[in-house]
Design a protein around this ligand. Structure first.
Ligand code: AMP
Ligand code: ZN
Length: 134
């Protein structure tokens, strides 16, 4: 992908603050962090989103997220970590190269990353169970 900034960062063509690198991934600091230590896991091979990412890479990304989250929690002595991943503009994706966000959290930091809980209606439950059961 010639014009993908995360391809260039992941493959070292653009310098980044790198916490970890292996043959498949680079973990960098987000330039506009939601909190101190906000990191991004980037696969080196381009995939726009979770649907395009090969299963073996997704498995590795999940295990890497666990390791990086633990290191951030220890290293920054924070209280928790959000692991987030957006697919599509409606879901908040702005860079169309798969990435996982790791966001260190502190009690009472009020980052506002979470949703306002709604109510599961009977109609929605039936509709979802009919159309989305695997
Ligand atoms: P998303 O909205 O899930 O697509 O997240 C994109 C993230 O990439 C945002 O948190 C941005 O701050 C971050 N970002 C964009 N460009 C760069 C860059 N050049 N280096 C590091 N992080 C970036
Ligand atoms: Zn890319």
């Amino acid at each position: 992908m010639d014009n993908c900034i995360f391809c260039k960062i992941a493959n070292g063509e653009i310098p980044s603050a790198t916490l970890y690198e292996d043959e498949d991934f680079r973990v960098i600091l987000d330039v506009n962090p939601a909190a101190k230590g906000h990191a991004l896991i980037l696969p080196k091979a381009h995939a726009a989103n979770i649907f395009e990412l090969p299963d073996d890479k997704l498995q590795k990304a999940a295990l890497l997220a666990k390791k990086v989250a633990a290191k951030l929690k220890d290293g920054l002595n924070c209280d928790g970590v959000n692991v987030l991943q957006n697919n599509g503009s409606a879901a908040g994706q702005t860079v169309y190269h798969f990435h996982m966000h790791l966001i260190p959290r502190r009690e009472g930091d009020n980052l506002g990353l979470l949703w306002k809980p709604g109510k599961l209606t009977d109609e929605d439950r039936l509709d979802i169970l009919e159309h989305c059961s695997l």
